[in-house]
Design a protein around this ligand. Structure first.
Ligand code: 13P
Length: 403
């Protein structure tokens, strides 16, 4: 059975004395943790690894390191070999943490070498991925995460991935007190799981643990762990306090039963519509609850967006008045995002009408997109977003239909 992983990343914190103090408190309470469905891991600085090894001997606490070299030994000043870590009882190694990437210039290439080296020595790499705030605002989250994932794992043999762990740590959530919402995290976790299936077999991927990291606290852990694709957490600040970390590790995990229609199937690009855009028009909104446009509309309404549906054949959807065309929506409603659920041969006149409303973003499905329509919108400085996951949402809605 796949066990959850609750991991603490101490970063550059704690002297020997402070480490001793932490474990005095933490170990006196670990009987409160139910280890049957989870592992607890702490990754302290290298300097206290031997102490932590001694202190945790005979307990279920696992030991982690915060980085490792790809080589077993050699002229690598300042680096630590995975073999040396193994000798100290280390089982997990955090790699590609955003602080390594952004403060110390570690590239995907270096990280992939570390992942391979650590794996080959029999340790478990925890590969960290995550986007910056700037990247998120520019709809780049999935592109960035997908690339880091693919590059980081490229040196592993297909079959080898069984025990790897992935940690999704959005950079904007690290140490800021602003965690990704469980829904935001779940979307990316689901995306990571789907991406991993491009690299490894489905059975392996189902067993890979995907952790969330970024301002995890005793207050948000319960809701985060409810999400089906969140298999654990990587905790920074809160893992330094034995009581806070204990509260996190003790939490009873109750997974949400996925109610279909499943919002995880909402096209990611729609979910990445920045929250500052509140007014959304859906062209081609369907009154049928199994249709993607209906699922998207329901989701957006629940998220507090103001949604105006457009469809000449329908009067009302989800309690919202439906307008027959873009030209007829009330003039006091200025749409910031126009989502088009229409076949490509119908897109051009819709985009022409949409441009007149001066939205910030026009969204359409990839594959059916009319290049001319796209160019037209971009000429007016309107951002055009293409949905790549339409097939998936369609499949999910089919599943709902036939359930
Ligand atoms: P915080 O929990 O302090 O936000 O840090 C997260 C992190 O970087 C864990 O690796």
């Amino acid at each position: 059975m796949k066990k959850y992983l609750f991991a603490g990343n101490w970063k550059m914190h704690k002297t020997q004395k402070e480490t001793q103090q932490f474990f005095n408190e933490f170990l006196s309470k670990i009987s409160e943790i139910d280890f049957s469905d989870r592992e607890i891991m702490i990754a302290p600085p290298f300097t206290v690894l031997p102490i932590v090894q001694k202190l945790t001997e005979g307990t279920p606490i696992k030991l982690g390191a915060q980085n490792a070299c790809w080589a077993k030994e050699g002229p690598f000043t300042g680096e630590i070999s995975p073999i040396m870590l193994k000798e100290l009882g280390v089982e997990y190694v955090i790699l590609g943490h955003s602080e390594r990437r952004h403060l110390f210039g570690e590239t995907d290439e270096i990280i992939s070498k570390r992942v391979e080296g650590v794996y080959k020595c029999g340790l478990i790499p925890i590969l960290c991925v995550g986007e910056t705030l700037e990247e998120r605002k520019n709809y780049k989250t999935l592109e960035v995460v997908g690339k880091q994932l693919f590059e980081g794992l490229k040196k592993l043999e297909k079959i080898e991935a069984k025990s790897i762990v992935i940690a999704y740590e959005p950079v904007w959530a690290i140490g800021t007190g602003i965690n990704a919402t469980p829904e935001e995290a779940e979307q990316v976790h689901l995306f990571i799981r789907e991406k991993l299936k491009d690299i490894f077999s489905k059975e392996i991927v189902e067993n890979i643990r995907i952790l969330y990291g970024g301002s995890v606290s005793p207050f948000n852990i319960k809701d985060l762990m409810k999400k089906p694709n969140i298999d654990g957490v990587l905790v920074g600040g809160a893992s330094l306090d034995p009581y806070k970390f204990l509260e996190i590790c003790k939490i009873r995990v109750k997974k949400e039963i996925c109610m279909l229609p499943d919002y995880s199937a909402i096209p990611f690009e729609i979910l990445e519509i920045p929250q500052k855009y509140k007014n959304i028009v859906i062209v081609g909104a369907s009154p049928k609850s199994e249709r993607p446009s209906y699922i998207v509309m329901e989701y957006l309404l629940k998220q507090g967006f103001k949604v105006v549906p457009v469809n000449p054949a329908v009067k009302e959807i989800l309690g919202q008045k439906v307008y027959p065309s873009l030209l007829e929506i009330p003039s006091d409603f200025s749409p910031e995002v126009i989502v088009i659920f229409r076949r490509s041969d119908q897109v051009l006149p819709i985009v022409e009408a949409a441009i007149k409303l001066k939205p910030k973003v026009i969204w359409m499905q990839e594959g059916i997109v009319n290049e001319q329509a796209k160019e037209l919108a971009e000429k007016e400085n309107i951002k055009v977003v293409m949905n790549k996951c339409f097939k998936k949402i369609h499949l999910m809605s089919q599943k709902y239909l036939f359930k």
